[in-house]
Design a protein around this ligand. Structure first.
Ligand SMILES: *[C@@H]1O[C@H](CO)[C@@H](O)[C@H](O)[C@H]1NC(C)=O
Ligand SMILES: *[C@@H]1O[C@H](CO)[C@@H](O)[C@H](O)[C@H]1NC(C)=O
Ligand SMILES: *[C@@H]1O[C@H](CO)[C@@H](O)[C@H](O)[C@H]1NC(C)=O
Length: 216
């Protein structure tokens, strides 16, 4: 009887915790180079648009999903030299390292933990990025870059981004500088197929570290 109970509770524990650590969806993580480069304080290849940091597989609660099956691939081979390569140079540049090294690192640390094969991983990330022009979305609600010193409330950022994703799903990350909270990254929740934006779970908002008022 006791052994049976022990067995059952172990089983319940296993099922609960394996399920909790399952792959659930992705985060499309984009960097705002002005905020990021101010933090980095070394040669940083600034751009005036949001660049891709990566597409990260996560659990239902938004924690990194670790498959235990990370694997390197020849990323140059995967990407080739055609349109995908050109798109990646534009949308997914390495701000502080060689583009190819960023792509290799992101594939290894995130992509290879996901169910996607390398080509799909890179192609879908680019397709998702092309759906969202965040600079334009923010401009539409009156948030204009390079007017540092002006802050906007985080709900205004969310409102602008919601208009283009259709979801109130924005996780904002800031760099706390002497001047205040500077926007450095925007994370959008994406379905498990890496094709559509979805709502983030409430727990995921805990990753936010911006104050109420954010510099752009
Ligand atoms: C930054 O870039 C400039 C020009 O490319 C170079 O001369 C300088 O050594 C670089 N500094 C660092 C810290 O890498
Ligand atoms: C990766 O693929 C490229 C292009 O096909 C090739 O030139 C390179 O040698 C390969 N790298 C490795 C480490 O196999
Ligand atoms: C969006 O989310 C914020 C908090 O995360 C909430 O205050 C706001 O009411 C939401 N807006 C909509 C339209 O759902």
């Amino acid at each position: 009887m006791e052994i049976k109970l022990l067995f059952l509770s172990t089983l319940v524990l296993l099922v609960c915790c394996i399920a909790r650590n399952n792959f659930d969806h992705f985060l499309l993580v984009q960097t705002w180079p002005h905020g990021y480069c101010e933090r980095i304080q070394r040669n940083c290849s600034i751009r005036n648009y949001f660049v891709i940091h990566g597409l990260w597989p996560v659990t239902a609660k938004g924690k990194a999903f670790l498959s235990g099956k990370r694997k390197r691939v020849n990323v140059s081979d995967t990407i080739g030299r055609g349109n995908l390569f050109k798109d990646m140079q534009y949308y997914w540049p390495g701000l502080t390292k060689k583009d190819l090294n960023l792509w290799k690192d992101q594939w290894f640390a995130h992509g290879s933990d996901s169910p996607l094969v390398p080509l799909d991983y890179f192609q879908r990330t680019i397709q998702l990025r092309k759906l969202v022009d965040l600079v334009k979305a923010l401009r539409d609600v009156g948030i204009v870059p390079r007017y540092k010193g002006f802050t906007h409330h985080k709900s205004t950022y969310r409102q602008g981004i919601m208009k283009i994703t259709g979801h109130n799903n924005t996780i904002l990350k800031c760099y706390s500088s002497k001047r205040g909270h500077l926007l450095s990254e925007v994370m959008l929740c994406v379905d498990a197929d890496a094709r559509n934006f979805i709502d983030c779970n409430p727990e995921e908002f805990q990753q936010q570290n911006c104050g109420p008022d954010i510099l752009f």
